[in-house]
Design a binder for this molecule. Structure first.
Ligand SMILES: NC(=O)c1ccc[n+]([C@@H]2O[C@H](COP(=O)([O-])OP(=O)(O)OC[C@H]3O[C@@H](n4cnc5c(N)ncnc54)[C@H](O)[C@@H]3O)[C@@H](O)[C@H]2O)c1
Length: 252
């Protein structure tokens, strides 16, 4: 039987921040498509996802890492890639800080940038290096609508996610000729812990829903399909793209 270009059997994916929310949905989606998983994230956060991945019969392991610890990224990546081939890196771990721009502290600013942007770049570097040497690999980062728009009271987050779009294009240019595709997903408004405050505010929640053509908040499963596509051979000619999965928000 001909292998589906979306089939991920025989591929190993590293997913960061896979313990809940979109990362959990992406990890489970990749496993359902056949990938084996390495769940990289905060200590103690990934057991539920590990059990869900194991249910689909795929190999799965947990590796503890705070992605803002850039020295630890180098050590962990060396450990993981030393004994296994990583074919797919999904940079999902991220945080948001909602604050009026005039009140953002230096510490809070750097915390968001260290996780969402700096950690992401060094993960690309460490896991992308062997991919480029091998001439094969996929990197998928989770960007945001705030890779395109300014947002409200989220200056550090917006800066970080614009940066993610930039890194995606820069690495696509450098590593595309070496056989590595680097893309990103820009989720719209998804019902996860990241948006609890927005969904709890009746006025903001109504205004957001009125603008989404799909008429609902998105789910982790909505993002998983895009992640499977961008991780698969079906996307071999897709490079440097930021794919909105937003129920049509950006079309308005
Ligand atoms: N929910 C949305 O509407 C939305 C929209 C656009 C983009 N995103 C992005 O999607 C990604 C996932 O967000 P989510 O909505 O699932 O949020 P979430 O808060 O539910 O999950 C975030 C995950 O990142 C992990 N994480 C945070 N800091 C970390 C660190 N220092 N080291 C390792 N892991 C860390 C957390 O443990 C958690 O597993 C983020 O990059 C976020 O910016 C979310």
């Amino acid at each position: 039987m001909t292998r589906s270009p979306f089939d991920l059997h025989g591929r190993r994916a590293v997913v960061t921040g896979a313990g809940r929310g979109l990362g959990q949905g992406i990890a489970v989606g990749l496993a359902q498509a056949g990938a084996d998983l390495v769940l990289v994230g905060r200590s103690g956060s990934q057991c539920e996802t590990r059990d869900q991945v194991a249910e689909s019969g795929r190999d799965v392991e947990i590796v503890d890492l705070d992605v803002s610890d850039h020295a630890a990224i180098e050590r962990v990546a060396a450990e993981v890639t030393g004994s296994r081939q990583v074919d797919i890196l999904v940079n999902n771990a991220g945080i948001i800080d909602r604050e009026d721009a005039v009140n953002v502290t230096r510490q809070a600013w750097h915390r968001v940038l260290d996780i969402n942007l700096n950690g992401l770049f060094f993960l690309c570097q460490e896991f992308g290096r062997p991919m480029a040497e091998r001439g094969h690999g996929k990197i998928v980062s989770v960007a945001s609508l705030l890779s395109f728009q300014g947002g409200i009271r989220v200056a550090s987050y917006t800066a970080s996610k614009h940066g993610v779009a930039g890194i995606t294009k820069a690495l696509a240019n450098e590593w595309g000729p070496l056989g590595v595709q680097v893309n990103a997903i820009a989720p719209g408004y998804m019902a996860t812990d990241n948006t609890t405050a927005l969904r709890a505010d009746p006025d903001r929640s109504r205004a957001i829903l009125e603008r989404i053509p799909a008429g609902r908040w998105g789910s982790a499963a909505d993002v998983a399909g895009a992640a499977v596509f961008l991780s698969s051979a079906a996307a071999d000619y897709v490079n440097g793209h930021v794919l909105a999965v937003d129920g049509g928000w950006l079309a308005r």
